[in-house]
Design a protein around this ligand. Structure first.
Ligand SMILES: NC(=O)c1ccc[n+]([C@@H]2O[C@H](COP(=O)([O-])OP(=O)(O)OC[C@H]3O[C@@H](n4cnc5c(N)ncnc54)[C@H](OP(=O)(O)O)[C@@H]3O)[C@@H](O)[C@H]2O)c1
Length: 300
């Protein structure tokens, strides 16, 4: 294995931190952050709103590969601030992928199930994207910018990412559920929104393999189980020995969201399962790994 210089954006975020940590085992990692300092790799300050600064960072780091995980991920905030969403999710991705082209770097863009409208579910890579909110639209425009940049690229789509640690100043869906259930508090979760929950560690492994093996094109690298958010919460409660009767089902039409959400944005992961050695995980296996990561292997 050739040791690479890997630039990871959003390296203090939920997925980026897992990628930076895993990649650091074999490669020289440059961990780009804006507000949240990364815990792995050589920290590099990078504000994606500064196009010239972004190009300068790439020229200075001279990466062999870039994993672009940073994004404006708050779906309602994107809807309320179209300009910011466009600048972070599209303009910065365009600038970064064009810089990658100049540097001769492989470019892996992390994208989302929200590029789909959710009318059908179990989407394959070649299915028509049709975002129904500005987060999905700006991420799709990011994908299109990467494809147009002329650099060698991989687009890796995930869905509802979760992990063992808070990141970028936020808890994720699984940690939010665990915190509430452990306190004996009721949680209201959607029974009619279906997704493919993705453990950040598993996603990071597939991303690293794609980098090392220069896998090009679009890949769905989500978890291998399509579940409702309610099913996910009950499975999590059961896996951690918590009271699943605290999980209360609610419907999407009861939510007061700013942005619309896809009803079923689950992803078909058979391409990743057949082409990668690191396979997408079924939910029970992913929850076991989450438990292991949370307890440091000390669970009884
Ligand atoms: N979370 C999900 O459920 C989900 C599902 C599907 C796909 N995705 C995609 O997966 C990727 C990672 O998501 P995540 O949940 O790990 O993200 P996250 O934890 O919300 O972190 C977002 C990261 O983006 C960085 N960022 C935002 N604005 C920036 C700016 N102006 N300049 C530099 N960095 C900036 C943040 O850096 P600082 O904190 O340092 O400011 C942070 O590290 C994203 O591309 C997202 O679209 C996420």
């Amino acid at each position: 294995m050739v040791k690479m210089r890997v630039l990871v954006t959003g390296a203090g975020g939920l997925l980026g931190s897992a990628v930076a940590s895993l990649a650091s085992e074999k490669h020289e990692v440059f961990a780009a952050f804006n507000k949240h300092f990364p815990s792995c790799g050589r920290p590099v300050k990078l504000d994606l709103l500064d196009g010239e600064g972004t190009a300068a960072v790439v020229a200075k780091v001279r990466p062999d590969a870039i994993v672009h995980s940073a994004a404006l991920t708050d779906v309602d905030r994107c809807e309320g601030d179209r300009d910011l969403a466009e600048r972070v999710n599209h303009d910065a991705t365009k600038a970064l992928s064009e810089s990658a082209k100049r540097a001769g770097a492989f470019f892996l863009y992390v994208s989302t199930d929200y590029v789909f409208d959710g009318a059908r579910g179990m989407y394959r890579e070649e299915d028509q994207a049709n975002p129904i909110n500005l987060y999905g639209l700006t991420k799709l425009r990011g994908e299109q910018a990467v494809e147009a940049s002329g650099t060698e690229f991989c687009i890796a789509r995930g869905s509802v990412i979760y992990g063992a640690h808070p990141a970028a100043g936020k808890v994720n869906y699984a940690l939010w559920l665990l915190e509430n259930l452990r306190r004996g508090e009721h949680v209201r979760v959607l029974r009619d929104q279906h997704v493919s929950p993705t453990l950040n560690l598993s996603f990071a492994r597939m991303i690293l393999e794609a980098l090392e093996r220069r896998q090009t094109g679009i890949f769905h690298m989500a978890g291998a189980s399509r579940v409702s958010r309610y099913d996910f919460a009950v499975a999590l409660a059961d896996a951690f020995g918590l009271d699943s009767s605290l999980v209360e089902p609610v419907n999407m039409d009861e939510m007061r969201w700013v942005a619309k959400r896809p009803r079923d944005s689950s992803l078909d992961v058979s391409k990743a399962a057949s082409l990668l050695s690191e396979k997408p995980l079924l939910l029970p296996d992913a929850l076991l790994e989450l438990k292991h990561a949370l307890t440091g292997g000390n669970e009884s």
